[in-house]
Structures are given as structure tokens and as C-alpha cells.
Write a protein that binds this ligand. Structure first.
Ligand SMILES: [Zn+2]
Length: 237
């Protein structure tokens, strides 16, 4: 049932070992079955095929088409850490790894401004993105072309302080909301640390391409006074 795979070497020398579909996974939802598979395989690499096998409907045997969406919900809604090739250099595409079973604190329930409040926010914003970083405001207008991110700008409401004292009063409170373009919504959601109010640089580097990661790696070596020699050995400058 489960294909055996040999352990391969991590660039750092650590062994990469593959998990097993233990099961049977009789949980009612696709997400719960995938969760059970990962919890059975902490620290092990799971492949797309293994996830599909665990996720299939225990009655009909049918493989779900939306497994990828459910996997993503384990990260975003349940707060699990699930690594992929984007986060770990030794994982291949379609390989996933849950390093531990700890869950991050769940995101607060989504609230929205009332229509009247949102209209007032847009007027205050002069129908442009209110993202501000280092004193510079984004300022892209609804319908503009985003020359950095591409596509047409669509402004949506962003709740400024998710930890506000009385979130139930916020839908009417103009000052709790701002208008953001799509690119800045993504940055806020994925790379903005609400507790420090700063960009989450670590998350940005994790999501970066391999060549950008390499550039950051070399920058950091240089910054801290190290040199990467031709033979791959790192030495102090
Ligand atoms: Zn913006």
C-alpha cells in the first residue's frame, strides 16, 4: 500500500525520512483525516500520494479534489506548521512535513465594517490604498494598475488592530479601518506581525524564491563577517 522510500540527505547532513499512511483514517472530514495522517508522522516527510490516500472517503474510496485547500486550512485555520519545498530546501515539490504538533493561536474571527463605515473610510482614503511603511503611503487608487504586483487595484477593508478591546463596536468605528490594495492585504495577512507592528522578515524570506534566499544568505554571511569559499566551506573573513 505504501511505497517505501530510502532516506536522502539534507544539505546540512540531516537524514530526510518518509512517513507512512498508518490509518485507517475514518474521521468524518477530509481535513480531519489529513490532520490525523500528519499527527501520525511528526517530523516525517509525507508525499502528495500519501496525503491523497489518507484523505480519501473511507466509505466510497473517492479521492478528494480539494485536498490542497484542506491542507492549507490546517495551516491557516487550525494554526499547524506544515512545511513544504517553499520552506525547506530538501523537500521536493508535493512533499510536506509537520515538524511538531503545536498550534499557533487561532486568528481572531473576521469582522467587517458596516457599509456606511466602509464608504466613510474610502472617502477619507480618497479611494486609495492607506498602507504606510517608513513614512511612505502606498496611495494606489481603486482601478489603477499596480505596477509592482500587476493587475487592477481593488481596495478592501483592513481591520487595523485585531487585538482591540471591544471588537464588536469596531464595524461602526471609522478609525479602526483602513483601505488597502490587494498587494498590501497579502503583505498584512502573511508578512505583518500584529504583535510588533513590523514586517515579519523571516516569513518573507521563507516564501522567497531559492535565488532570493541565496542572495539573502550571502548577504548575511558578508554582514556577519563570513566568506563562502569555492569548496563550500564557510570561514571567518
Ligand atoms: Zn497598497
Amino acid at each position: 500500500m505504501v511505497k517505501k522510500k530510502g532516506a536522502t540527505k539534507h544539505p546540512t547532513g540531516a537524514k530526510k525520512s518518509y512517513g507512512q499512511v498508518k490509518g485507517p483514517y475514518l474521521q468524518k472530514s477530509v481535513r480531519k483525516r489529513i490532520e490525523a495522517l500528519f499527527l501520525d508522522n511528526i517530523g516525517k516527510v509525507l508525499t502528495r500520494e500519501q496525503i491523497l490516500e489518507a484523505a480519501r472517503n473511507p466509505q466510497t474510496g473517492r479521492e478528494p479534489e480539494n485536498w490542497h485547500q484542506r491542507l492549507s486550512e490546517l495551516r491557516t485555520d487550525d494554526g499547524y506548521t506544515i512545511l513544504s519545498w517553499r520552506n525547506r530546501g530538501d523537500l521536493k515539490v508535493q512533499e510536506y512535513l509537520m515538524p511538531h504538533a503545536e498550534k499557533r493561536a487561532k486568528a481572531a474571527k473576521r469582522i467587517r465594517p458596516t457599509n456606511a463605515t466602509w464608504t466613510a473610510v474610502l472617502e477619507r482614503a480618497k479611494f486609495s490604498c492607506e498602507w504606510s511603511e517608513g513614512g511612505e503611503v502606498c496611495g494606489l487608487k481603486e482601478g489603477d494598475t499596480d505596477t509592482v504586483g500587476g493587475g487592477r487595484v481593488k481596495l478592501t477593508p483592513d481591520h487595523k488592530s485585531p487585538h482591540s478591546i471591544d471588537p464588536s463596536s469596531d464595524p461602526d468605528d471609522l478609525n479602526q479601518w483602513r483601505a488597502l490594495c490587494g498587494r498590501h492585504q497579502v503583505i498584512k495577512k502573511n508578512y505583518w506581525d500584529n504583535t510588533t507592528g513590523k514586517l515579519n522578515v523571516y516569513a518573507i524570506v521563507q516564501a522567497a524564491t531559492k535565488s532570493d534566499k541565496l542572495a539573502v544568505f550571502l548577504f548575511l554571511l558578508d554582514y556577519f563577517g563570513y566568506v563562502l569559499n569555492d569548496d563550500g566551506v564557510i570561514t571567518r573573513r
